[in-house]
Write a protein that binds this ligand. Structure first.
Ligand code: ADP
Length: 770
């Protein structure tokens, strides 16, 4: 070892990195041979060491032949032991050296070196080159240098050309074969290398830039394309819609021009059309405008049907479609004759009043047919909001026209027969009073400029022939009723129902079901049985439905059983319709205590109404149950008072009243519409209950009483009589004052019903109790 000290320095082979003088050099040292050299240099050589450049960085064990001939002399300035026992070291590179010989290779390299000086050439050339290099480096510092700022700072310090070259060479980012900066002795050459490297780097940079730009361009391009495509779609949509809209606008314009609206409205429509053509299809407004314009053009403005002003024809048509109803038909013909004579609509409106199913709607439709007019119907039942009649303002979302203009649109002519169904079922609420709107519709003075909120413009209803229907006259507001010519239709008797079925309903059902009338037959008894036991109504709706069922089942039978003809008799009726539903007149054949049959007049026609009375231990109270209107409750009080005050006449112990509670029950108390009429019935039932005497079950009665027992007149006698007959009663007792109404009762009923007018309830009681 001693020898080595004299001759040469310890050497460390480095790989992959080239130390350049005038720079710091940091490496990690791990190879045993290198660690030995490090140790030695510290101990014996004042931290000086030779760094050898390994030709092939991959080799671990190297020999002298694997090392470059030029190396550097370096001074160890920092040594850190790493956890893996390697050392992180820093050298200051001092100078280039030429390796002259390897003194030893074990335990570490020891080399003899000679100096390897830098040749300085022509100073002008050198100066020029230095400037160029500094200039180039400064210009492209970030592009070509690692730690550019440090390098620039060092250059600023005004170091020698040699130093500058070394520092730059060491910091160049991309150097082709960096060893050349060590091995080249000529400074000028080294500077030329630098310029070349920079130029190359710049070129690469340019190319990279170009590539980047190209890439960016490509990306931009595709984004641009995407963007453009998207835009194009929107534009195409717009254009497409526009085209569609243009077509629509043209169509609408044509329709508006053809609609022959009043000038003012036409102008307005064109204005709105203009707005429509300018609103985007995407906007909600567009739909609203479209709906409005569509509605305007669909409304009839000018189109009228020609009236058939032939009363005979009207009469024929009514007779053809409706059985009996002679009085009603007469009234209708009178009404229409005024119209024909004056050639304008009568001042009053026809109002057909009667229970459901008696033919009000079908009469109105027959009138339309006979006059050759269009027929439209709008139901007013349940309307409580004025805007149902007058429409909503268009500013509301989902605004709709009112039922009147809507009906006119459906009619398509300005002079249809317009049926306003159930005008008695309108009510009023905080949203206004539909009845007053109806007044405007029906008033010939006003309806030529009816205003619908939706249409916004006046609409002429003066050519329309309005007909209204109602079940109950009493609930029609008085101002409306004053405008109307009331025509009452009453319940049908069984005989009438029978004939309506025979003459109309059966044929119509056969036609609907496409079956030849020769293949279906129903006996008289069967038809009556249907009327009595399968339906219970004032009109013939249910009957019509039941006949429909019969015909349908017969068709099935004909098809499945291949029979020629179906005959329906009382015997096979149940086979078709199932069990009997109503026992009307079979109901109570037995006389009972405390049960009396009253007669009521409801909006569904006349009906019978069993009133039951009983009493039990109590404190003299009156208990009322069932569907009793307030009016009936008062009747009950009056009845009880009358019985109390005549207790001795009836031989009732007065104590009975104070020691018991009396209970009055009205089982199916359909609320009557004719006001109080159950006084006599209740009185009779109370007396029967308290005296234990039975009541004639074939007797019906109607009439209100005063406290003295006077029987007061009632309404709806005809309906009540028909109902009594329908229910199989044999006798009815009516107020004396109603005796004059008996002539209204159909003959068929009168001839089968004993009708006894009475003045005082005593007469009723005497007759009723058996
Ligand atoms: P409403 O309007 O009074 O409730 P509809 O006019 O709807 O009654 O009548 C119900 C059905 O009964 C319809 O098919 C109708 O043709 C029929 N109808 C009612 N009365 C008669 C009648 N007198 N003659 C013939 N068919 C009638």
């Amino acid at each position: 070892m001693e020898d080595f000290e004299m001759n040469g320095l310890p050497a460390i082979a480095v790989r992959g990195v080239i130390p350049i003088p005038n720079n710091e050099f940091r490496i990690e040292i791990g190879r045993e041979i290198s660690l030995k050299a490090l140790e030695l240099c510290e101990k014996k050589y004042d931290n000086e060491v030779i760094l050898l450049i390994q030709k092939n960085p991959i080799l671990t064990d190297v020999e002298s032949k694997d090392l470059e001939t030029i190396g550097v002399k370096a001074k160890l300035t920092l040594k850190l032991k790493l956890p893996n026992n390697n050392f992180k070291v820093k050298f200051r590179i001092l100078e280039r050296v030429k390796i002259e010989s390897f003194v030893s290779t074990k335990p570490c390299f020891m080399v003899e070196t000679s100096s390897y000086p830098t040749f300085i050439g022509d100073s002008t050339e050198e100066t020029a080159l230095v400037r160029t290099v500094i200039n180039e480096v400064s210009k492209n510092a970030q592009l070509v240098l690692n730690n550019a700022d440090d390098v620039l700072r060092i250059i600023q310090l005004g170091v020698t050309a040699d130093e500058v070259t070394d520092v730059i060479a060491d910091h160049l980012k991309n150097v082709e074969f960096k060893y050349k900066y060590l091995s080249e002795q000529s400074l000028i050459k080294r500077m030329e290398f630098i310029l070349e490297d920079i130029a190359r780097e710049k070129q690469i940079g340019d190319i990279e830039n170009k590539i980047n730009q190209e890439v960016k361009k490509n990306i931009d391009e595709s984004q641009k394309e995407y963007y453009l495509r998207e835009k194009m779609k929107v534009i195409q949509n717009e254009l497409g819609d526009k085209a569609r809209q243009d077509q629509e606008v043209d169509d609408l314009k044509e329709k508006i021009m053809n609609a022959k609206m009043p000038k003012k409205i036409e102008e307005k429509a064109l204005q709105e059309l203009q707005r429509y053509s300018q609103t985007s299809v995407q906007m909600a407004e567009s739909n609203i405008l479209k709906a409005y314009l569509d509605f305007l053009v669909a409304l009839p403005w000018n189109n009228a049907s020609e009236d058939v002003n032939d009363l005979t024809k009207v009469s024929e048509s009514l007779n053809e479609n409706h059985y009996s109803l002679d009085k009603v038909k007469d009234r209708i013909l009178e009404y229409l004759s005024v119209k024909i004579m004056t050639n304008r609509n009568p001042q009053t409106i026809l109002c057909l009043v009667g229970p459901p199913g008696v033919g009000k709607t079908s009469l109105a439709s027959s009138i339309a047919k006979a006059l050759g007019r269009k027929f439209v119907k709008q139901s007013l039942g349940g309307i409580s909001d004025e805007s149902e009649i007058r429409g909503h303002r268009r500013t509301y979302i989902g605004a709709l026209p009112g039922r009147i203009t809507k009906g006119m649109k459906d009619a398509g002519t300005i002079n249809p027969v317009f049926l306003l169904d159930e005008i008695d079922k309108m009510s009023s609420n905080y949203r206004g009073d539909p009845a007053s709107a109806m007044l405007e519709v029906l008033d010939p003075e006003q309806n030529s400029h009816f205003s619908d909120n939706y249409v916004e413009e006046e609409y002429d209803l003066s050519q329309v022939l309005f007909i209204t229907t109602a079940n109950d006259l009493s609930t029609i507001p008085a101002p409306l009723r004053d405008r109307m010519e009331i025509v009452e239709l009453s319940s049908y008797t069984e005989f009438e129902k029978y004939n309506i079925a025979r003459k109309h309903l059966i044929d119509r059902q056969l036609e609907i079901h496409g079956i030849d009338s020769k293949r279906f037959e129903i006996s008289e008894e069967a038809l009556y049985a249907i009327i009595q036991h399968y339906t219970r109504e004032a009109g013939v709706r249910e009957l019509n439905r039941v006949i429909g069922t019969l015909v349908r089942k017969s068709v099935k039978k004909i098809l499945i059983e291949k029979t020629d003809k179906v005959s329906i008799t009382v015997d096979n009726l149940q086979e078709f319709l199932g069990r009997i539903k109503y026992f009307n007149n079979l109901n109570r054949n037995e006389d009972q205590v405390g049960i009396v049959t009253g007669l009521a007049y409801t909006q569904f026609g006349g009906d019978t109404l069993d009133i039951e009375v009983t009493y039990y231990k109590g404190k003299g109270g009156l208990v009322l149950t069932g569907k009793l209107g307030d009016v009936m409750k008062e009747s009950a009080q009056a009845a009880l008072s009358f019985v109390k005050s005549h207790a001795d006449t009836f031989k009732i112990d007065p104590l009975l009243f104070s020691e018991n509670d009396i209970h009055i029950h009205v089982p199916e108390g359909a609320v009557p519409k004719d006001g109080p009429s159950a006084g006599v019935t209740m009185t009779t039932a109370i007396v029967s209950a308290l005296t234990g005497r039975k009541v004639d079950s074939h007797l019906g009665m109607t009439g209100e009483i005063t406290l003295r027992g006077t029987v007061l007149p009632i309404g709806g006698l005809k309906e009540k009589a028909i109902a009594a007959h329908r229910s199989g009663l044999k006798t009815i007792m009516i107020p004396q004052e109603n005796a004059k109404d008996v002539e209204d009762i159909p003959l068929e009923v009168v001839s089968n019903l004993e009708i006894i007018p009475v003045k005082n309830v005593m007469e009723v009681i005497n007759r009723a109790l058996v």
